[in-house]
Design a binder for this molecule. Structure first.
Ligand code: HEM
Length: 180
């Protein structure tokens, strides 16, 4: 997320203005601010769409089924790769671009959940989803309030690797400059 904010300074500034308008006079956020910090939530969801920390999940087929030319027998383990799914041009305009605004006009929240299932879907989806969203939103708000972020090495281009979770292939260094 920091990488994306550094490489999209216009979005970082918009996010800072959003935070400043909600957390008047630089006050600390409270839980009640979570629902108001919508643009930060869009940034987090868009980051998780582009870089799903958990790249996929496995389910067991309850019955035989046919999918895109494949016959899948009952009891097979089926691996769903969110990293492929979340970059599908069938589901998203400009799927490889960082556009938090795409979460602004969501007509069907359930459909969007299926399109961006980085916390999983269904009965076994992530139990910590709300906690993770609150924690990430409020921490990001406090960082944006205080600091301007930029890549320590402006030439750095992030590539990812998967070791259980998705992570940068090479260490990423960010410089935090005080805003005031
Ligand atoms: C950005 C942060 C997080 C992401 C992306 C994430 C993602 C996921 C995913 C994809 C699953 C599997 C869902 C499925 O198979 O359908 C999962 C399961 C789970 N997550 Fe998270 N998670 C996050 C944070 C957390 C936190 C903070 C907690 C605990 C406080 C947590 C607790 C769990 C548990 C207990 C399960 C297993 C649920 C079950 O099997 O019924 N997660 N998470």
């Amino acid at each position: 997320m920091f990488y994306l904010l550094c490489t999209h300074p216009d979005i970082q500034i918009k996010a800072q203005q959003h935070v400043d308008s909600i957390l008047e006079n630089g006050r600390d956020p409270t839980l009640a601010d979570f629902e108001k910090l919508t643009y930060l939530q869009h940034i987090i969801r868009e980051t998780l769409r582009l870089y799903p920390v958990t790249v996929g999940t496995i389910r067991e087929a309850k019955q035989n089924f046919h999918f895109k030319g494949y016959d899948v027998p009952k009891d097979s383990a089926v691996l769903m790769l969110w990293s492929v799914y979340c970059h599908s041009p069938e589901l998203f305009d400009k799927p490889d671009e960082f556009i938090p605004e795409r979460f602004e006009q969501v007509e069907n929240e359930n459909l969007m959940l299926f399109k961006t299932p980085t916390f999983g879907v269904g009965n076994r989806s992530c139990i910590g989803k709300r906690f993770a969203m609150i924690e990430a939103t409020l921490s990001l708000a406090m960082l944006l309030q205080r600091y301007q972020m930029k890549l320590s090495n402006p030439e750095y281009v992030m590539k990812t690797k998967v070791l259980v979770t998705m992570q940068p292939e090479e260490d990423l260094f960010i410089t935090f400059a005080k805003r005031f």
